[in-house]
Design a protein around this ligand. Structure first.
Ligand code: AMP
Ligand code: GLY
Length: 421
């Protein structure tokens, strides 16, 4: 089979590496991929906003299946578009992708189906938003409705911060804003819960704990994710049942009322408060770096599972996992999540020897004349599967110290909640 993967991050390199193991695969294309995917696939530099160009390439090259990594093309309707040309695509359609594309869509679904989530209000203009803020308690959460590459959420500690957030959103920082969301601040511990869906049924696809802040001790600015571990320390059978019965099932019911079955990965972002799950957000894809953390534990053939989803056969498909612990450290360009220098060579990367339980997934990298350069904010993901989280982390840090890259940094405390020193 020929497979196409859309995206260029660590998530897509992990998917690429996982499907490469399948005997069914003859060739993988990555659109546009990175220096890591280039070693095992053909990178194709195509404008992903131009669905027609992409469709022509897929048809010309007889690609059998497309796997979509990031949210943007999903929210823009790439699945609906490609399916019109009888191309097999794994991912949710445009309506289902509103679960991530519109926070207000999801909140309204929660309201209608009694899904536990933070109390909220939808405000249509600055004045109404600010009037509400004048009589509220802090902290309070203010969110832009639309996709904002993870940046449209403000946790405001006082009136001044809240007013700034409201102004930035209505000034169009995240695209044209017709409204915004103000939410109660939930106090608890976050967890990412993953499922895989074929439109009729779904199966669990692991849990993880991301580390979103840039600095050790969960301090500093929000990022796309600085590292993760799997499984989450919070998961237990009772909590899992609650997440499925109170959150995921009613969401699927809501979508089926819209005649919109869900196909693809679903990432349920939760706040756990006293063993009770509250929905914070849905993402219509795997997480990054959660995907890199979870996939190395999968012992079944990923392409068999994805094909089963495309053909509505997931129910009879077994998904087997290693029960070891997985930890991932993301290495970033100094300055991230703000400005950083690009095109800095990462020395000694090729000298690193990886054991069977160790994985290196590229993200913002590019290869020129055999040398690897950092070209993005999040650059490399090191993953280790062990019996023990601390051992996994120690081994990764040992490897990282061998890199010759003064332009990079990482958090050395990933997993601090499960690693007692
Ligand atoms: P989101 O983009 O919706 O995942 O929000 C980004 C981050 O903001 C989440 O991962 C949480 O850490 C935090 N957050 C969002 N909504 C809330 C809430 N209602 N209460 C507390 N923290 C929140
Ligand atoms: N790691 C957070 C995300 O993928 O949205």
């Amino acid at each position: 089979m020929k497979i196409g993967i859309i995206g260029s991050g660590g998530r897509e390199h992990a998917i690429c590496q996982s499907i490469k193991k399948s005997a069914k695969i003859n060739k993988i294309f990555c659109f546009p991929g990175n220096a890591g995917t280039k070693q095992i696939a053909e990178n194709i530099n195509i404008d992903l906003e131009n669905f027609e160009l992409l469709k022509d390439f897929i048809l010309d090259n007889q690609i059998d299946l497309i796997i979509v990594g990031p949210e943007k093309p999903l929210v823009d309707g790439i699945v609906d578009y490609l399916e019109k040309f009888k191309i097999k695509v794994f991912g949710p359609n445009k309506i289902a992708s509103k679960l991530e594309g519109s926070k207000i869509f999801t909140k309204k679904l929660c309201q209608k189906f009694n899904i536990p989530t933070a109390k909220f209000g939808i405000f249509k203009d600055r004045d109404a938003s600010k009037k509400f803020i004048k009589n509220t308690n802090f902290p309070i959460v203010i969110k832009a409705d639309n996709l904002a590459a993870g940046k449209g959420v403000y946790i405001s500690n006082n009136k001044i911060e809240a007013f700034t957030a409201i102004d930035e959103i209505f000034d169009g920082k995240f695209g044209k804003a017709n409204n915004l969301l103000i939410e109660e601040f939930l106090v608890g511990e976050e967890m990412s819960f993953f499922t895989i869906h074929d439109g009729k049924t779904f199966k669990n696809f692991g849990t993880a704990q991301d580390h979103k802040r840039v600095l050790p001790g969960d301090k500093g600015k929000n990022t796309g994710g600085m590292g993760a571990y799997s499984p989450s320390r919070l998961i237990n059978d009772e909590l899992e049942k609650k997440i499925i019965n109170k959150i995921i099932q009613p969401t699927l019911k809501g979508l089926s009322n819209l005649e919109c079955p869900y196909k693809g990965f679903l990432y349920t972002g939760l706040m756990i408060v006293n063993n009770e799950p509250y929905l914070i957000e849905y993402n219509v894809r795997m997480g990054d770096p959660e995907c890199q953390t979870i996939l190395p534990k999968l012992s079944s053939d990923l392409i068999d599972i994805i094909l089963a989803c495309c053909e509505e056969r997931l129910k009879e498909t077994k998904i087997n996992w290693s029960n070891k612990k997985s930890l991932c450290i993301v290495v970033c360009s100094k300055g991230y999540p703000d400005n950083y220098k690009k095109n800095i060579e990462i020395g000694k990367l090729k000298d690193l020897k990886l054991n069977n339980n160790e994985f290196l997934f590229h993200a913002g990298t590019s290869e020129k004349k055999g040398k690897i350069y950092a070209v993005g904010g999040r650059v490399l993901n090191f993953v280790n599967i062990e019996d023990d989280f601390k051992f996994a982390r120690d081994k990764i840090i040992e490897k990282l110290k061998k890199l010759d890259w003064s332009g990079g940094f990482y958090r050395n405390d990933i997993g601090h909640k499960v690693i007692k020193l």
